[in-house]
Design a protein around this ligand. Structure first.
Ligand SMILES: [Ca+2]
Ligand SMILES: [Ca+2]
Length: 184
């Protein structure tokens, strides 16, 4: 399990480079995302009310002070094994000329948020994962090199998934905001 994510706190996002694809800025406050993909929260065990994730658009907390962000409320505090999170379709993006996934993340100041969570990248036939560390209550730029997912065929990216796990999430209940998801 590698976790060598590059986190640059509050860095200025520049003009998107030619090969950058904006996946989701959430600014419309509705689905789909910027590549026509659906998204939402998911639960390992919907029958267990003590563990859940919920998604909502936030217009109060956004990376650049306008539009909206995605607010993900999670609870992995359960007597049972618990994990949940957020999934988003990537429009079968051809990422063979891309090098990294970039998004912005912020933990909620009042409810708190785990510093560590898992990010999965999926194609029709492959899946890779990577642990993000160091999320704070300030907007933080998360950069994950695509190589870290060890996916051999990057020609059709299907889905990006955020996973909160009971054994790595501290606190076990919190709110994570994400914004400006780019693959470049
Ligand atoms: Ca936004
Ligand atoms: Ca709970």
């Amino acid at each position: 399990m590698k976790s060598i994510v590059t986190i640059i706190a509050m860095s200025v996002i520049g003009t998107l480079s030619a090969q950058a694809v904006l996946i989701a800025d959430f600014d419309s406050g509705s689905k789909p995302n910027n590549v026509g993909g659906d998204f939402g929260a998911w639960d390992k065990d919907p029958a267990d009310n003590s563990q859940y994730a919920r998604e909502a658009f936030s217009r109060k907390v956004t990376r650049n002070g306008q539009g909206a962000s995605m607010e993900i409320t999670y609870d992995v505090d359960s007597p049972k094994a618990a994990y949940n999170g957020f999934w988003m379709k990537l429009g079968n993006l051809d990422a063979r000329d891309k090098s990294q996934v970039v998004f912005w993340a912020k933990g909620d100041e009042k409810k708190g948020c785990t510093e560590r969570f898992k990010v999965e990248l999926k194609t029709a036939g492959e899946r890779g994962s990577f642990y993000v560390d160091g999320v704070t209550t300030e907007w933080t730029k998360v950069v994950i090199p695509l190589d870290e997912f060890n996916i051999t065929d990057m020609s059709q990216l299907d889905e990006l998934v955020i996973v909160f796990e009971d054994h790595t999430s501290r606190p076990k209940e919190g709110i994570l905001y994400i914004d400006d998801v780019v693959i470049e």
